[in-house]
Design a protein around this ligand. Sequence first.
Ligand code: ZN
Length: 240
Amino acid sequence: MRIAVLSDVHANLVALDAVLAALRPFDALWHLGDVVGYGPHPDEVVDRLRSAGALGVCGNHDAAAVGRIDTDLFNTDARIAIEWTARRIEPSTRRWLEELPERREEGDFSLVHGSPRDPIWEYVYSTQVARASLAAFSTPYCLVGHTHVPLVFRADGERIQELGPGEDGGLTLDSRRALVNPGSVGQPRDRDPRAAGMTIDTERRTVTWHRITYDIARTQEAMRQVGLPGRLVERLSFGV
Ligand code: ZN
């Protein structure tokens, strides 16, 4: 089975369409939350994911856009974008976002947005957080998003290994427990502005990262048209 795994789409429809086209064909589509926030196309992105049959979890921006958590917890630009999103979305988009669970298990994988300890807010960005997180789920592997950086933390005996996607862009799944982050579709933050996505081949037990060029200027133009903050527009050019 070939599974496409996406995270942090952030209402960037142009990036999502490019990623879906690049990763097809797949047998299942999973997302790790932050479907909306920052970007200009929340309804369209939810529509795309819904019609592709995507299974996923709730991110902090999704939760805030439907009033499940307070927008005071966000920085100013993020808050402005969330408030714009909350005003704009259709009732059907709101319902779809409201129904996203905080965590789910699919086969060998747990899915969360932040961390298995704190699915909405915690960032798995250090070996220290990874060590605690690796003890907080019961499946062999856990898929996480939220940092917008493609990365793996793997338990190797007492050691925690931190692995990037590497030159061949891949990882083989073995008996070692791992936290795996696909990176962000709609707002990458690893100084590579291309959209990120990941595929899992469950027969070969391989994980492959992909970077996909998309028309960044089109998304930026749509953001300017609806008056989203300039800093959010600019950062897409740099992948920060
Ligand atoms: Zn995010």
